[in-house]
Design a protein around this ligand. Structure first.
Ligand code: COA
Ligand code: AMP
Length: 632
């Protein structure tokens, strides 16, 4: 079948389509009820099915006689280590760690927070949770203790699993101390903290409720138990418009079905191939395509504790492709931009044999044409941009490389992936699918299997954030348009979410923090274009009358505040003083206009502006401080 026929079938014949896909998995009980509604009235898939994700990712392969196949290659240039772990070895460690957790009273209904660097123990912890029905919530290691504390208070974990430290460009990130700081702030107290000690002789435990990761591996082993398909496999917090992150809840059966489907039909992978998603397990890409997707499909997955550049150089990806015979590489455009900056002629690419590589997949942020073209010319491989979100858990737009005759191209995010009935809507919810007309990108309900099933503990926010604006549709939060070839173009977020180096962050949250500074009367935090990182946040702030602090002093305090509260990944480096902020007559700050001025884009003077001179002040301030592409 061709893509278009398969796609049409996935929309017009949904239940049969996904039933057939689900049948590719080993269920404990095959679902008969394919699509139904839950108590809250939301669609759910495979409600009466039973399965276990760790069984699908591990036992199923060992039972088939593939136990000696390498499941995981751990490549850590920061510790000069490479480790190959077979399916059997991974199964043993996961079964043991699951037994250790069970001894601590963790089981079905318990939440477990995992806050770890990119080491195999993080994946062992995730799969061990899945084995015993605990719901994990992995928190990205680049987040500061305050962010971790908010997640602890929301998820109320029984256990936190962490490590003594991680390494970032030669700096030690002391995870254990960060956990301790978070616990001082959080109201909820987990029963235990489990630490993987990277250097046994130096890394002490200390606290009464501190447990040694390795000691938990010595409590026997447990088998898997089939769980309901709707069982929450994980909660993954992501940024929204407010300071409180939202906990995306993912089911088990729908997710497994969707991931299995994408491995074959989207990424065009064959079992046994080597899949390298150069992301972090703290992000959705890490969950879906470092851990669950490749493992349940019987691939070898690569866990990379390093960066695309400077660990040790911009040739690391290509060296790994040669060394591990990587077939599929998935990374963020930022990583390619960083490589391109350090190796513009692609000299390092030529040093390695990259013939095993079939495709380069890019996602997480908009891919500019220059980056796309550079990668495609240097690698001489198909480059596939694809668009998706933490909420979807798997690609929504892209070029499905599992089908014959597909030709991805630069400048567009692709066509709808099977299962997603995507439309462009205007402000009133009217479908405006006419080419080149920009609007809200929305997906007609039901969403396909594997997408978010709720927001943890927050039904009201779930409904309001995604389903209320356009009844019958899921609101993606992005705007865009379709072109004459049916390719979609993503224009950006419609809310206060920005993407810094492929990391999703909330300017709304940063604004709340900046406003909390006693000297600041009001402020606007916006994401401006950044050549390397895609976007970066800056603040414009108005000082309170009578404040004696200088602009420099306030800026330094704000930079420190964001670093302390959100983390260095926010890359908040500038805050400029301004006399007045541009506002509408009803008092709304014109953030979009500030971005457009900074980025040097054309903009129409909003008819509702209170005082047009305030935009002139924005121009003067940005130009004085050389902030934004237009003034650098
Ligand atoms: N843990 C702790 N700190 C982290 C971190 C982590 N996991 N990731 C980044 N940081 C820190 C960095 O050390 C840096 O700290 P500093 O201000 O003290 O120097 C800060 O956060 C900003 O980091 P970053 O924006 O990553 O800049 P960089 O110059 O260190 O690296 C890139 C630039 C492009 C190499 C890097 O951003 C990168 O690899 N990007 C790709 C990200 C990606 O794959 N995202 C995919 C999501 S799907
Ligand atoms: P996250 O939930 O962290 O995966 O971030 C999702 C958001 O990143 C999307 O809503 C988009 O705004 C943006 N995004 C992801 N992939 C792409 C892409 N290929 N092109 C443009 N924007 C993207």
């Amino acid at each position: 079948m061709e893509y278009s026929e398969y796609y049409r079938d996935s929309i017009t014949n949904k239940e049969q389509f996904w039933k057939a896909q689900a049948a590719n998995l080993q269920w404990g009980k095959m679902p008969e009820n394919i699509l139904s509604k839950n108590k809250q009235g939301h669609f759910q898939w495979f409600a009466d099915g039973m399965l276990n994700m760790s069984h699908l990712c591990l036992d199923a392969h060992v039972e088939k006689g593939n136990g000696m196949q390498v499941a995981l290659i751990y490549e850590s240039p920061v510790t000069h280590k490479t480790q190959h772990i077979t399916y059997k070895q991974l199964l043993d460690s996961v079964s043991q760690f699951a037994a250790g957790m069970r001894n601590l009273g963790v089981g079905e209904g318990s939440n477990v927070i995992i806050y770890m660097p990119m080491i195999p123990q993080a994946i062992i912890a995730m799969l061990a949770c899945a084995r015993i029905g605990a719901t994990h919530s992995v928190v990205f290691g680049g987040f500061a203790p305050h962010e971790l504390a908010m997640r602890i208070d929301d998820a109320k974990p029984k256990l936190i699993i962490s490590a003594s430290y991680g390494i970032e460009f030669g700096k030690k990130i002391t995870y254990k101390l960060l956990v301790e700081d978070a616990l001082k702030e959080a109201k909820h107290k987990p029963d235990y903290q489990v630490y993987y000690r990277r250097e046994k002789h130096f890394d002490s435990l200390g606290g009464q409720r501190d447990m040694d990761f390795e000691a938990l591996l010595k409590c026997g082993a447990v088998g898997y138990r089939h769980l309901p398909s709707t069982h929450p496999l994980y909660i993954l917090y992501t940024s929204g418009t407010t300071g409180t992150p939202k906990g995306i809840v993912r089911d088990t059966g729908g997710y497994a079905t969707a991931l299995r489907f994408t491995m074959e039909h989207f990424y065009g992978v064959k079992p046994g191939e080597v899949f390298f998603a150069a992301s972090d397990i703290g992000w959705v890409v890490g969950h879906s395509y470092i851990v669950y997707g490749p493992l349940l499909y019987g691939c070898t997955t690569v866990l990379f504790e390093g960066k695309p550049v400077r660990t040790p150089d911009a040739g690391i990806f290509w060296r790994m492709v040669e060394q591990h015979k990587i077939n599929h590489l998935f990374t963020a455009p930022t990583a390619i931009r960083a490589i391109k900056k350090e190796d513009p002629e692609g000299a390092l690419i030529k040093e390695y044999d990259i013939s095993s590589l079939k495709y380069l997949f890019l996602a997480g942020e908009r891919c500019d044409t220059a980056t796309y073209n550079w990668a495609s010319e240097q690698l001489q491989k198909p480059v596939i941009d694809h668009w998706w979100q933490t909420e979807s858990g798997w690609p929504m737009l892209g070029t499905m490389m599992g089908f014959e005759g597909q030709s991805p191209r630069a400048g567009a995010a692709g066509k709808p992936v099977c299962g997603y009935d995507i439309h462009i809507l205007d402000e009133d919810g009217v479908v405006i699918d006419t080419p080149q007309t920009e609007g809200y990108i929305a997906v007609k309900l039901p969403l396909p299997p594997g997408c978010l099933t709720s927001l943890w503990n927050n039904e009201a926010r779930f409904k309001k954030g995604y389903f209320e604006k356009f009844p019958g549709y899921y609101l993606t939060g992005d705007s865009g348009f379709k072109d004459e070839e049916g390719q979609y173009h993503i224009m950006g977020r419609i809310d206060d979410v920005i993407n810094v180096s492929g990391h999703r962050l909330s300017t709304g949250e940063m604004e709340e923090l900046v406003s909390s500074c006693p000297d600041v009367a009001e402020c606007a935090v916006v994401g401006i274009a950044d050549e390397l990182r895609g976007q970066r946040p800056i603040a414009l702030f108005v000082l309170k009358d009578g404040v004696t602090a200088t602009e420099e002093e306030t800026e330094a305090a704000l930079i420190q505040l964001i670093r302390e509260k959100i983390g260095p990944v926010a890359y908040f480096r500038n805050a400029a003083a301004i006399k007045r902020l541009p506002k509408t007559r009803s008092g709304k700050i014109l953030r979009k206009a500030i971005c457009q001025i900074a980025d040097g884009k054309q903009f129409n003077m909003p008819s509702t502006i209170e005082d047009p001179d305030t935009l002139k002040e924005v121009v003067d301030t940005l130009s004085r401080r050389k902030l934004g592409m237009a003034f650098e």
